[in-house]
Design a protein around this ligand. Structure first.
Ligand code: HSE
Length: 321
């Protein structure tokens, strides 16, 4: 390959985790990263300009190779453009999680892509800037609305608050490693675009007050490891009341989990996935058994899994000169 002034490496492979956004009262601002689940992006430098998607795996042929339609390629292109790159890239997208699920799949791809391209440059660009390129990619999944509540935890790991994007001001909280998250992913898809369309454009002042009270209290609960306070404050008054009707068996699953020690029951991002926190893994495992029995009883097709809040975030899996 022709020599480039910018390239320090020619091949990079990066994993970025799945995420739960909103996390109760933090509409468009709170989110946390999950263990294991996520996407892997591979980028290889070439002598052309721009991005080519050479392969997509794990998507059952559902995703387009059109570089304008994939969050990973849009994120990579945005970064390449910003540095006026004297090289191009071939990209392989390995989808290792469901999309349109409310688990931040589009963000995980965008984050892994932006980080992978930056690692070819030996991490020349600062995190804030790389994150904004990932966000450029993520935007195409949500009708141009800008919200980084999946991108931020996927990028930094842990539980994050997006206080502002201009300038970038993201806070990563220490989060209890005993608390275990139980996730139910019903096998239906709801796009973020669709589930945002049904939300009212205005929020009554009383609702805004309630939401900020719960958001503040949740952060206090997390910082003081007060599970009771976490439980009392995981209420979303802005989006969930409008979205529950799209989630199959919402009420039934909610009362079952709350009856088995769940601290909360909320929609993950824009759904259809739902999640509950448990005080520890033992309680989460017991509840998982109950949910699996219930799913058979109600004939609902869904995956149920457990995860801690992933503090580590993305991982560089390979980097070649
Ligand atoms: N916060 C977004 C929403 C989802 O609830 O529409 C992901 O960013």
């Amino acid at each position: 390959m022709r020599s480039s002034k910018l390239l320090k490496y020619t091949y990079s492979k990066v994993f970025a985790p799945a995420t739960v956004s909103n996390a109760g009262p933090g509409f468009d601002t709170f989110g946390f990263a999950l263990d294991r689940l996520g996407d892997i992006i591979e980028v290889r430098a070439n002598n052309d300009k721009g991005v080519r998607i050479s392969e997509i795996t794990g998507d059952n042929g559902k995703l387009s190779k059109d570089i304008r339609k994939n969050t990973a390629s849009v994120a990579a292109l945005s970064l390449l453009k910003a540095i006026d790159a004297d090289f191009g890239i071939d990209m392989i997208i390995n989808k290792r999680m469901p999309f349109a699920s409310g688990l931040g799949s589009s963000a995980a791809s965008a984050v892994a892509a932006a980080i992978a391209v930056n690692s070819l440059l030996k991490n020349k660009l600062p995190d804030d800037q790389v994150l904004l390129h990932a966000l450029d990619g993520e935007q195409i999944a949500s009708a141009g609305d800008i919200h980084a509540d999946n991108v931020a935890p996927s990028y930094y790991g842990g539980f994050t608050i997006v206080r502002s994007l201009s300038p970038v001001d993201i806070i990563k909280l220490p989060f209890s490693q005993s608390i275990t998250c139980l996730i139910i992913y019903p096998h239906i898809s709801i796009t973020t675009k669709e589930s945002r369309k049904i939300l009212p454009k205005q929020v009554p002042i009383g609702t805004a007050v309630k939401q900020s009270a719960n958001a503040g209290a949740l952060i206090a609960g997390i910082l003081t490891n007060d599970n009771n306070l976490i439980s009392r404050s995981m209420i979303d008054s802005i989006a969930e009341p409008y979205r529950v009707r799209f989630i199959p068996h919402y009420e039934e699953l909610s009362s079952l989990l709350l009856g088995h020690g769940a601290l909360n029951f909320n929609i993950s991002g824009s759904g259809p996935t739902v999640f509950s926190f448990f005080q520890n893994i033992k309680k989460a495992e017991q509840a998982r058994v109950q949910i699996l029995i219930k799913l058979i009883e109600i004939k609902m097709d869904a995956d149920v899994f457990l995860s801690k809040v992933n503090q580590k975030g993305p991982e560089q899996l390979e980097l070649v000169k």
